[in-house]
Design a protein around this ligand. Structure first.
Ligand SMILES: Cc1cc2nc3c(=O)[nH]c(=O)nc-3n(C[C@H](O)[C@H](O)[C@H](O)COP(=O)(O)O)c2cc1C
Length: 515
């Protein structure tokens, strides 16, 4: 893959991404027969135990001839994530957060094309022809309530007043051959749209895309301002408009290059028992309960389509990196738009699901700066949902390295002074820590100031940092000392040495810029 040109060309659909990822050795094709009942999920879970494990393309699925399923298109691979973002695969996690933060400021309107030219319309089924059980929807975990489809997809809805189209990733349990549930947490855009139609006494038009390119998965899993369509952000990140066509069934704008789309209407007051379902927290989210469903009126798919699937597991067998980056970029943009100064890095640790924790690294500029940042980070639109722990660290701490963050918490925070609690905050109904389950939408947040106390920042104990000339000297002679592994990389040094001077006593707070 040539990287001389800094910019990757825009593309659409799963095909081009799959081809590039395969060339990098990031896709493992499984041609042996597999069962969608537990087997595909178990294989994926075990194959994803290593960070950076491959995406799995199942090509021989029991009971589903001609169908394929792609598990974990992104998973925990920075390379696959970079390709999805139209970037060359040589970026670190924080690089990708910065790029995402900038690119997600661009919005490009979608381009409407004739329905006949849309590749997803190669096969269209309506009425009695419809049978969504032909797609290999997996039964993921032993106690799941049924087969789940759309775990790595988009639900498409429209605000009846403004006409704004929303794309959101919401799980869907298959109810019958032409009915599918869709579970949306309170506060999510798809639910607000649905409720708005129902308040008017009308059925809500809904489509669901089941085979999607990873960038669509990313933008569907992200909270963007409710006033703009995800199509615009998708186009902005792609660098070119996304091709859509207007459906003759629901009037919704649908992605022309999707693998599989179903669409129909969801009727007020009609529900069925959905769940439980193994969730991103590593638990069955809630015991299950009434859930609205879509009555499917049309199914569209490419020839030999690929169903994209996402298995929820304990870290690291999940899509935590993708979510970590999306959330970090959104939080950083929120802080920027509020005019917060001194932010040097933002990270949502993937180990924390990653929605359960946010870390912001700042260069403290004034008294109360750290406290202000943690309060804003805790409640901003990009990161308020679920996030239970908000930690603010100084700019010499890399927020993407949990060991450094924990070190800062242990050595710089003062529990009696540095911790605040916010109550009755926006939470997920899937949070197992709150019981009985009915109270789960109301959470709480712990704000931890793990920065050096600003009042004493000049006198704060100096941290231990190497002398740069001495490190370079040792690095040059590393093999001579008998070490076989490469010399460990160190990227922060005593500040005086940054100036090229000799080893001198460090200055207060060792203001180090490495990010
Ligand atoms: C794999 C995956 C599955 C998800 N499943 C659900 C779900 O079932 N229900 C839900 O409300 N949110 C779910 N989410 C989170 C939403 O996709 C996310 O909050 C997104 O911002 C929703 O879009 P919206 O902001 O336009 O409502 C899921 C996210 C991912 C990555």
């Amino acid at each position: 893959m040539k990287q001389e040109t800094a910019k990757m060309a825009p593309f659409e659909g799963l095909g081009p991404w799959l081809e590039m990822a395969e060339r990098l050795g990031e896709i493992k094709r499984i041609t042996a027969e597999v069962d969608p009942y537990l087997e595909m999920a178990t294989i994926t879970s075990l194959a994803s135990r290593e960070i950076g494990g491959p995406a799995l393309l199942f090509e021989n699925i029991k009971g589903h001839p001609g169908q394929r399923a792609l598990f974990h298109p992104i998973g925990t691979s920075f390379k696959r994530l970079a390709l999805a973002m139209r970037e060359f695969p040589d970026k670190s996690g924080l690089d990708l957060v910065r790029i995402l933060k900038e690119k997600s400021k661009n919005r490009i309107l979608p381009k409407v094309v004739p329905a006949g030219s849309a590749t997803v319309n190669r096969n269209i089924e309506r009425g009695e022809q419809i049978d969504i059980t032909k797609f290999p929807a997996p039964h993921f975990w032993p106690l799941d309530g049924g087969k789940y489809i759309g775990t790595c997809g988009s639900v498409i809805t429209r605000d009846p007043e403004s006409g704004r189209i929303n794309l959101g990733t919401y799980r869907q349990m298959v109810k019958s051959k032409n009915e599918v549930g869709y579970y949306i947490s309170p506060g999510k855009d798809g639910r607000i749209d649905r409720d708005a139609w129902w308040a008017m006494g009308k059925p809500a038009p809904v489509a669901a895309v089941y085979g999607i390119e990873p960038l669509q998965f990313m933008i569907s899993s992200t909270t963007f301002p409710k006033t703009h369509s995800e199509y615009e952000y998708w186009g902005g990140l792609n660098g070119a408009p996304i091709e859509v066509f207007e459906s003759d069934v629901t009037g919704l704008l649908l992605p022309a290059n999707a693998e599989i789309i179903i669409e129909g209407y969801s009727y007020p007051g009609e529900s069925f028992h959905e769940g439980p379902f193994g969730e991103f927290t590593g638990y069955y989210g809630h015991p299950g309960g009434p859930c609205p469903y879509i009555k499917v009126e049309a199914v569209r798919y490419k020839n030999n389509p690929i169903l994209t699937c996402h298995l929820n597991c304990d870290w690291p067998a999940n899509s935590e990196y993708m979510m970590a980056m999306l959330r970090s970029a959104a939080l950083w943009n929120n802080l920027d738009s509020l005019g917060v100064v001194g932010v040097r890095g933002v990270w949502s640790p993937p180990e924390a699901t990653p929605l359960g924790m946010s870390v912001v690294s700042i260069e403290q500029k004034y008294p109360g700066h750290a406290a202000q940042v943690m309060a804003l980070a805790a409640q901003c639109t990009g990161a308020a949902y679920f996030s239970k722990y908000i930690v603010v660290v100084d700019h010499d701490v890399d927020p993407s390295k949990l060991d450094e963050v924990v070190w800062a918490m242990a050595t710089r925070s003062r529990p009696a002074q540095s911790i605040d609690i916010l109550r009755e905050t926006w939470n997920t109904p899937l949070d197992p820590s709150l019981n009985p389950p009915e109270i789960r939408p109301w959470g709480s947040k712990c704000l931890i100031n793990a920065c050096m106390e600003y009042r004493y920042i000049k006198e704060f104990a100096k941290r231990l940092l190497h002398n740069k000339p001495m490190y370079d000297q040792v690095a040059r002679r590393w093999q001579e000392f008998g070490f076989e592994t490469p010399v460990p990389k160190v990227d922060i040094f005593e500040q005086a040495d940054k100036l090229g001077g000799p080893a001198t006593r460090p200055t207060a707070g060792a203001a180090i810029d490495r990010m």
